[in-house]
Ligand binder design. Sequence first.
Ligand code: AMP
Length: 196
Amino acid sequence: MLNLVLFGAPGSGKGTQSAKLIDEYGLHHISTGEVLRDHIKRGTELGKIAQGYISQGQLIPDELMISILDEVLEKEAKGKKGVIFDGFPRTIPQAEALKGLLQKRGTDLHAVVGLEVPEDELVERMLNRGKETGRADDNLETIKKRLEVYHSQTSPLRDYYHKEGKYMPINGSGVVDEIFASIAKGLEEKTGACRK
Ligand code: AMP
C-alpha cells in the first residue's frame, strides 16, 4: 500500500493535488472536510454538530474526528492500493491516532506531502474559491480564524513528521501541473511509488 498525507494550510491546494494523485497513482482519497460537508448537506446529527465548528473556523474535537475517520476507513479503504489523507491529521493527537488506525490495519504512513504557500496567496485563493463555489467558510473573517487555527494547532505537525523522516516539503506556489511534477518526483524518490 501507499498511504500519504497531503498536508498544508487551508487554501494550499490539497484538494487540487489530491485529484491528480488519485488519477496518476490509483489511490483512494479521503478528505475529512468533504466528509463533514456531505453530512451538513444531508442534515445528519453529525452535520449539525460539524456546522457549528466549521462556520467558526474551528476544528471538530479530536475524539469525534478520529472516530469518524475510523468509520470511513472501515467502509472505504479495504482492498485499496493506498489512501491519500487530505485535511487529516490537523493536530498531534490526530497524528498519533492515525498511526494506530493504520497499524491496526497492518499498514503504515509512507510520506507526508507538505504544500508550502505564502499566506497572502492562501487568502487570495480561498476568496476566489468562495466566489466560484459558494463554499461558506471561504469568507475573509472565517479564513483568518482558520489560518490562526492552522498556525497554533496544525503547523506543529511539520516538525512531528520531519522528525519521523516522513515530511516532504513542496513549493505549492504557482502552476498546478508544475507543483504536481515536483510532488511526483519527490514521491517516486522517497517511496518508490509507481504511476498506474
Ligand atoms: P477542509 O475542507 O479540510 O479545509 O476542512 C474544512 C473544515 O472542516 C475545517 O476548517 C474544520 O472545521 C473541519 N475539519 C476538516 N478536517 C478536520 C480535522 N481533521 N480535524 C478537525 N476539523 C476538521
